[in-house]
Design a protein around this ligand. Structure first.
Ligand SMILES: *Cc1c(COP(=O)(O)O)cnc(C)c1O
Length: 379
């Protein structure tokens, strides 16, 4: 056993930055000549934004993407000066500091565009923007009916030197190949319209991880990959990370806090949703829903101890849950892996997603603040 594991703390999310780097390099090789924006929003999907951003750039990411400006400023404050785009703005957002820090701005409305142009005047330099067209997701993005007027206004503001339209983008719904193709066509129509209005963007971008992998036409100039960077499959159809050439970066683990032999009929955890079917051994795992372990997965998920899978027994509680290890010789202090790289025998984040009727994205992103992150590199 790896000596690191013996010393593992009570509960811990280990993030393998070599996996992040390798995943980005792999994705970059697949999508080339398109470039890669590594999406590190939501604290890099729970993996730690600053170390992940550095590893992704080392792996060949050309740019970084986040949802909001606070996330972008945190990366700049850490000294990361790569191209960086933020696309989801507080209605009261102050764009002047963002422009001053070279943060590129996604634009989802004429009002945002005007606010950015005003802020550029204050900042004394042009705002670098990416206009987002809503091609069907109906979330943010400029409505198709407003697109012509917004691109015309953007061209005027560019002539004035107050903004530079560096990019045009949209986002796919992943509903079906047909619906995604319709969104691609709507996007290309929008690009053509913007060019007729006099804009000459450097980058057109549409695909996230799923599109980057399965929809080559959608790669365009740049792909915005998030979940693939973390080695979690985007599809939810049973495709594994290994089949995609990716390696899960996060391992969620803890150490067994108690071991108890129980008689047949013994109930365990709240509500006795589980009772021992025969004499067996229960091991107590010191992670619960406060740590992001979904209660929904009670009685359904599995963990790995020394590479062997065991089922969760009964309800997952706030701080802890039980595992039925049968006749296995486990001891207090042994390592329990909730999820990690299936190549080690561990369940994947997707397995936990299935057990909780959700997706691997949510499993890795919701790990709680009580769980320390440990970043490994160069191992
Ligand atoms: C989160 C996000 C992405 C990344 O999506 P993945 O499926 O994780 O690759 C890309 N673009 C936008 C606009 C996003 O919000």
């Amino acid at each position: 056993m790896n000596p690191r594991h013996v010393r593992s703390p009570f509960r811990e999310a280990v993030v393998d930055l070599d996996a992040v780097r390798a995943n980005v390099a792999h994705l970059a090789s697949i999508v080339a000549p398109a470039r890669v924006m590594a999406v590190v929003k939501a604290d890099a999907y729970g993996h730690g934004a600053v170390p992940v951003a550095r590893a992704a750039l080392a792996g060949g990411a050309h740019e970084l993407g986040v949802a909001d400006l606070d996330e972008a400023h945190a990366l700049r404050d850490a000294g990361i000066d790569a191209p960086l785009l933020a696309w989801l703005h507080d209605p009261a957002a102050r764009f002047e500091p963002a422009i001053a820090h070279g943060i590129e701005l996604g634009v989802s409305s004429l009002a945002q565009l005007e606010a950015m142009a005003d802020a550029a005047t204050g900042a004394g330099s042009a705002a670098t923007v990416h206009l987002k067209l809503d091609t069907g997701l109906s979330r943010n993005g400029i409505a198709r009916d407003d697109w012509a007027s917004v691109v015309a206004r953007a061209a005027d503001l560019e002539d004035d030197g107050r903004i530079r339209v560096r990019g045009l983008f949209s986002h796919l719904s992943n509903t079906s190949p047909g619906e995604d193709a319709a969104q691609l066509q709507a996007f290309l129509d929008g690009v053509a319209r913007a060019e007729r209005a006099g804009l000459s963007p450097d980058v057109r971008h549409l695909a996230a991880t799923a599109g980057a992998l399965r929809m080559p036409d959608a790669r365009l100039d740049l792909v915005r990959v998030g979940i693939g960077v973390y080695g979690v499959p985007p599809f939810g159809d049973g495709t594994t990370a290994a089949e995609l050439g990716l390696r899960p970066a996060m391992t969620l683990r803890g150490r067994i806090a108690a071991v108890r032999r129980v008689d047949p009929g013994t109930g365990a955890s709240y509500g006795y949703t589980w009772r021992a079917p025969h004499p067996t051994t229960l091991a107590l795992v010191p992670l619960g829903y406060a740590d992001g372990v979904p209660r929904q997965a009670s009685g359904r998920a599995e963990v790995a101890i020394d590479g062997v899978r065991y089922p969760v027994a009964g309800r997952i509680a706030m701080d802890q849950f039980l595992v039925d290890v049968g006749e296995a010789e486990v001891a207090v202090g042994d390592e329990v892996v909730l999820f990690g790289d299936p190549a080690t025998g561990a369940p994947s984040a997707d397995d936990w997603g299935d057990a909780a009727d959700t997706i691997g994205y949510e499993i890795v992103t919701r790990i709680g603040s009580r769980v320390p992150r440990t970043h490994l590199e160069g191992s």
